[in-house]
Each structure stands twice: as structure tokens, then as C-alpha cells.
Design a protein around this ligand. Structure first.
Ligand code: XBP
Ligand code: MG
Length: 239
């Protein structure tokens, strides 16, 4: 069925941003005099705590550090992330730009449902699609807009309310189990493109699991389930 709206997650779905986030967290920790280093092998587990502030709080708790100002530390991480974004030639994942262009031409509405900080989204869109995020997406809901972050469906519920479109007429695009759970709990059928840190997540319930949005016949195996999908051609020009 032709969708009435496309709802995109940001980190891992529009672009492979998590390495930039990880480096920004580490730089902020160093500046603050903390001897914390989040390496690649642990960061996948840390991502199960969605939201940067929540992730810092969970880590501080796990290592028994009490006296830190999480808001200030996270604000600095966000500044560093934005500076890194400006100096890195980050690209959208394969097929994303084409899909957005097709949806734009066909007047299919587009939205963003993310746990990340709004200014990170502004920076990513300016660096990749160009211009302001509102030029492309008619609803943009971020970490600041919700009380409960993914896997809670709140961010999707807010987007659906903005769009006034029933969930089953939308398609969500996610890269992680946490994101998939949020979209499904809001009733939105979901296409998953696993990213760097989510290759082994369990994507039960996804409508499609694809290597990316450009590659047809992409077989993706996640926790024992394999799907061979022939769809892309950016999602067969939205059917
Ligand atoms: C992924 C996240 C974010 C980022 C860090 O968000 O969980 O927390 O890792 O961003 P999504 P902040 O996949 O929903 O876009 O530090 O700004 O939270
Ligand atoms: Mg994501």
C-alpha cells in the first residue's frame, strides 16, 4: 500500500552518526577531567540506553561516580558533536536521499522521530540535504519533546498527532531494536536498515529488514531470522 507519510529515525538510519556521537562523548569526558573512555566494543551495549543524558547517567551509576553535572556535560558533548559534524564529510546512508527526493516529488509527507537532540538533527540536515529541517519534514520530534525516549512510543505518537495521519498509513524507518519497538508500539509498520552497532539486534515484527535503502536483494540476518528482500529501487518508487 502506498504510504501517506514516511517517518524517519535519525542516528543510524539517515546516516551512520554513532561513531561521531561516541567520539564527542569521549572528548567531553576528557575535557571534564573524567577518565572515562567509551570504546567501540562497549558502545553497542551502551546504546541500549537511549538518549545521551540517560546514557551518561547509566554509565556514571555503573562506575559509581556521583558528583557530576550531567546536563552541563551533555551540553558540551552536543557542542563538540556539532563541531565535528561541520568538519566531517558525513553522508546520508545509501538510498536515503533518493527516497526523500521521490517522496518530496510525490507530495508524500515526511517526518522525523528521534531520541537525539534537536540541534544535532539541524546540523545533520544542513550538512547533507541542505537548508533547514522544516523545509523537508513537516513534523520533527526529538529527545527534548518527550518524557519517555524510545523504545517508548511517545515520540512516534507526537509525530502522528502532528501529521493527523493514522499509524497504519505511515511507514517508519529505523535501524535499531529500540527504535523498531517504539514504532511498532505506536502501530507504524517499519522498515529496518541495521547500522554499524545494531547488526545483531532482534528485528522481530519489522515489515522489511534491508541492508540499506538502495540495495535490492539484500539479505539481512538478525538473531536467526533471515529475510531476502528484493524491494529497494528506493522502495519501488513508493509502490
Ligand atoms: C540515538 C540515540 C541518541 C544518540 C546521542 O537516537 O540514542 O541518544 O546516541 O544523541 P535515534 P544525544 O536513533 O533515535 O536518532 O546525545 O543528543 O541524546
Ligand atoms: Mg537509530
Amino acid at each position: 500500500m502506498r504510504p501517506a507519510a514516511l517517518i524517519f529515525d535519525v542516528d543510524g538510519t539517515l546516516a551512520e552518526t554513532e561513531e561521531l556521537h561516541r567520539r564527542a562523548f569521549n572528548a567531553a569526558f576528557k575535557e571534564a577531567g573524567l577518565n572515562w573512555v567509551w570504546d567501540c566494543s562497549s558502545y553497542g551495549d551502551f546504546l541500549r540506553t537511549t538518549g545521551g543524558k540517560e546514557r551518561i547517567a547509566a554509565y556514571a551509576n555503573s562506575v559509581g561516580t556521583k558528583a557530576i553535572d550531567i546536563s552541563t556535560l551533555h551540553r558540551r558533548k552536543t557542542e563538540i558533536y556539532r563541531a565535528m559534524m561541520a568538519s566531517t564529510k558525513l553522508e546520508l546512508r545509501p538510498g536515503v536521499k533518493r527516497l526523500i527526493d521521490i517522496a518530496y516529488k510525490q507530495s508524500i509527507r515526511m517526518a522525523i522521530a528521534t531520541t537525539t537532540t534537536r540541534s544535532n538533527v539541524d546540523a545533520l540536515i544542513a550538512a547533507t540535504l541542505g537548508g533547514r529541517v522544516e523545509n523537508w519534514f513537516s513534523s520533527v520530534r526529538c529527545g527534548e519533546d518527550v518524557t519517555h525516549k524510545k523504545p517508548h512510543p511517545e515520540v512516534y505518537e507526537r509525530v502522528l498527532r502532528d501529521l493527523s495521519i493514522p499509524p497504519d498509513q505511515c511507514w517508519a524507518f529505523e535501524d535499531s531494536r529500540m527504535g523498531l519497538q517504539a514504532a511498532l508500539a505506536a502501530g507504524v509498520p517499519t522498515v529496518v536498515t541495521p547500522s554499524l552497532y545494531t547488526q545483531t539486534d532482534d528485528f522481530s515484527g519489522a515489515t522489511l529488514i534491508l541492508r540499506d535503502l538502495a540495495t535490492p536483494y539484500s539479505a539481512v540476518v538478525s538473531r536467526g531470522q533471515a529475510q531476502l528482500a528484493a524491494v529497494p529501487g528506493p522502495l519501488l518508487a513508493l509502490l
